[in-house]
Design a protein around this ligand. Structure first.
Ligand SMILES: Cc1cc2nc3c(=O)[nH]c(=O)nc-3n(C[C@H](O)[C@H](O)[C@H](O)COP(=O)(O)OP(=O)(O)OC[C@H]3O[C@@H](n4cnc5c(N)ncnc54)[C@H](O)[C@@H]3O)c2cc1C
Ligand code: SF4
Length: 323
């Protein structure tokens, strides 16, 4: 591990001193692994664990504000979340292990880095880790890589389960900018697709601090999180679907759907939702929704199986949600 300076930040304004070479550390469950492997080599760490950002509060509109240091365990166990946003609780419990969830934080979970094998191996080319070095996963071992939203520079997936549920729920992320201004970003606009610059994963800049995630008020409908993975626990998603689906008078009235394991960002496709809404549930409708979702999907050999797997998983979730 490369030497680094360590600062204990006690107030969000302390982070404003962070420059491009610095990193924020929360639970450390991803960052420390990356530092040990010298994939990330910050020259300075800002430890935010002493900040007063660990509460979950009801908002005036009936939503929930989850501060950044709330652990994945505490968020999953919160009775309000379990009752009104169960898809979030289930997604959290489908991730990592009990010990990891006790340390992992809300902000850190959103900003965890990809699990692409080549990103973690500094002997291999990786445009995300070292821009311009090439992409080892293209033509390499890419079973876990993405089939949607990729570029010719990078086919990594975003690994978070929690972010997929938050995307389906229409959550927003509160960011304290380096300037001190507070911004509220829909989760879908926090992340950026790899394009020509896969090293850039979000719109955040050095010195920006995620302070909270806000859930909108609960909505009617059935909530499901289905995660398909190689082991029953302690494995990242090959494909996951977060769904909030409501049927009224035999027709689909709401179909908020987000997908994990398929793309470099938690994926949501408005065209799939439009296709479903207003129609009676049926196998042919669900097939059409899968066609729509996967219309631009592109496999890279080892991950070709994800395309039919995503179809089957989406259809199974829709069948369960509309039963
Ligand atoms: C063996 C293993 C299995 C796992 N399995 C899963 C799984 O199945 N599903 C899943 O979703 N996850 C899984 N994880 C990942 C785990 O969920 C993440 O490591 C964890 O959520 C990261 O949170 P953290 O607080 O530890 O982040 P850290 O490691 O502290 O930080 C992660 C990143 O976020 C940045 N950061 C942290 N907080 C802030 C903030 N407030 N503002 C700005 N930047 C910030 C850091 O600078 C760093 O770049 C697994 C991890 C391991 C080690
Ligand atoms: S897919 Fe992205 S993260 Fe993986 S090797 Fe290629 S550039 Fe690196």
């Amino acid at each position: 591990m490369k030497p680094f300076a360590y600062d204990r930040a006690t107030h969000p304004s302390d982070i404003a001193f962070a420059d491009a070479g610095a990193a924020i550390i929360a639970g450390g469950t991803n960052l420390l692994d990356l530092m040990k492997l010298e994939v990330m080599t910050p020259d300075r760490l800002f430890d935010i664990n002493r900040m007063d950002l660990s509460s979950i509060q009801q908002t005036e509109n009936g939503g929930l504000k989850v501060e950044t240091l709330v652990t994945n365990s505490d968020l999953a166990a919160d009775m309000r979340v379990r009752q009104h946003w169960p898809v979030l609780s289930r997604a959290l419990l489908a991730g990592a292990s009990g010990q990891l969830r006790n340390k992992a934080t809300t902000g850190g979970n959103l900003l965890q880095r990809t699990r692409c094998h080549y990103f973690y191996d500094t002997a291999m080319p990786c445009n995300k880790r070292e821009p311009g070095s090439g992409c080892g996963a293209m033509g390499g071992v890419n079973r876990i890589n993405a089939v949607l939203g990729t570029s010719d520079k990078c086919i990594a997936t975003h690994p978070s389960d929690m972010a997929v549920a938050l995307r389906a729920l229409g959550a927003t992320v509160e960011v304290r900018k380096k300037s001190g201004a507070v911004q509220s970003l829909p989760l879908g606009t926090l992340y950026v697709l790899p394009g020509d610059t896969p090293e850039r994963e979000t719109v955040l800049e050095a010195g920006d601090l995620i302070t909270a995630v806000c859930l909108p008020p609960p909505v009617k409908g059935r909530q499901i999180y289905r995660k398909v993975r190689d082991r029953a626990s302690y494995a990242f998603a090959l494909v996951s679907v977060a769904a909030v689906v409501e049927v009224v008078d035999g027709k689909i009235a709401r179909a908020d759907l987000a997908f994990g394991g398929l793309a470099p960002v938690p994926w949501r496709d408005g065209a799939v939702e439009e296709l479903l809404i207003g129609n009676a549930p049926s196998t042919s409708l669900f097939d059409a929704a899968a066609d729509q979702l996967l219309r631009t999907a592109k496999g890279h050999g080892g991950n070709d199986f994800k395309i039919p797997l995503a179809r089957r998983t989406l259809k199974a979730v829709l069948e369960e949600a509309t039963r």
